[in-house]
Design a protein around this ligand. Structure first.
Ligand code: ATP
Length: 341
């Protein structure tokens, strides 16, 4: 089998701890991974004066596959965000963020199973901001036909491929008649090509309330960049928090996998971060490169470990360390692999 070459960016804060966990688990599960370690973010800035040294981009150009820990962007360093830069540079237009309940993690709801398709390159994240005068600032929301069509199609194609029942488009077109109006109009048109999938449109504020009342009424979401960002933290909260939610950033030929959470500087270096979000991101990577079985095996191993509250890390109310949790996942994988073989 061909090697899987991965550009690994460990990132800042808890990044080194959770990416170490993912590397150990992937090395256990897959024999033929070639890692390309590159440094971006705070550590790169200290060492080279650049947040994204050219080696990062060159490596990713070559491998086309990035596994990335969270990166904190220092304020006033010429970058709005390293994360946003990488997404835009490789035109990773589809940010896919699943939130699924774990049997072993008790929250208000037990059967949440949502996937957000967030447009990843436009909207208020396009970075067009202006200081009009001391008391007035402008920020421009950019929505294009091309950007909207490709993310909406990606959501419907996913729903079709995964046999999901409904796509809900979240917007605020009652106020933002031009930008959100265009996104909604395109959604309505594209939905006609997927007659087997229910299409629902909902105003974003109403969606927030509905989600908290009953998240099981939803399935796949498609929305613009800012709403998608906020919505994904809300959905993470429904299943147990940021330590549990993974994401993929997909473009044409390039893909980057990372946890939804940030660098969590408050717990960095303490060996208490929950590596689940990073490990689930690694599982998404495996599925993306055609190793679906191994990706599912990893998801099952994580679920199995999370089934016992004594295995939970501090964010879930437990005392398990990052390294001990990782060891348990590898043990679960080992027994599962033995069982299957
Ligand atoms: P960003 O702006 O980069 O998204 P943030 O400051 O909004 O970052 P996080 O860095 O994700 O948010 O942290 C939010 C809270 O969640 C913090 O209290 C942090 O400790 C906690 N947290 C985030 N990720 C994890 C994790 N993997 N394990 C445990 N706690 C986490």
């Amino acid at each position: 089998m061909a090697n899987i070459e991965i550009t690994l960016i460990e990132g800042d804060g808890i990044g080194p701890e959770v990416t170490k966990s993912a590397r150990e688990v992937l090395n256990f599960l897959v024999e033929n991974i070639i890692w390309h370690d590159v440094v971006a973010g705070g550590k790169a800035l200290d060492a080279t004066g650049e947040l994204i040294p050219s080696q990062v981009l060159e490596s990713a150009e070559k491998t086309k596959l990035i596994l990335k820990g969270p990166i904190a962007t220092p304020i006033g360093k010429g970058f709005r965000s390293v994360n946003v830069y990488l997404r835009k540079h490789f035109d990773l237009y589809a940010n896919v963020r699943p939130s699924k309940s774990f049997k072993g993690v008790s929250t208000r709801y037990s059967d949440v199973n949502l996937v957000i398709f967030r447009e990843n390159t436009e909207d208020l994240y396009a970075g067009i901001e202006k200081r009009v005068d001391d008391d007035t600032r402008h920020s421009i929301k950019v929505i294009t036909r091309k950007g909207s069509e490709r993310i909406i199609r990606a959501a419907f194609d996913y729903a079709r491929a995964q046999n999901r029942k409904k796509v809900t488009l979240a917007h605020k077109a009652n106020i933002l008649k031009e930008t959100d109006g265009l996104f909604l109009e395109i959604g309505r048109r594209i939905s006609l090509s997927y007659p087997e999938i229910e299409f629902e449109e909902i105003i974003i504020d109403n969606l927030c309330m509905q989600l908290v009342m009953d998240p099981t009424q939803f399935d796949v979401f498609v929305t613009m960049n800012l709403y998608g960002d906020i919505l994904s933290d809300l959905c993470a909260g429904l299943v147990g928090g940021l330590g549990l939610t993974a994401s993929a950033n997909i473009g044409n030929g390039y893909a980057m996998f990372e946890p939804v959470h940030g660098s969590a500087p408050d717990i960095a270096g303490m060996n208490i971060a929950n590596p689940t979000a990073m490990l689930l991101s690694a599982a998404m990577l495996l599925k993306h490169v055609g190793e679906a079985e191994k990706g599912e095996l990893l998801e099952k191993a994580i679920e199995y470990v999370l089934d016992s509250p004594q295995n939970h890390t501090r964010d879930l109310g437990g005392i398990m360390s990052t390294t001990a949790f990782t060891k348990l996942v590898i043990e679960a994988l080992a027994s599962e692999v033995k069982r299957v073989c």
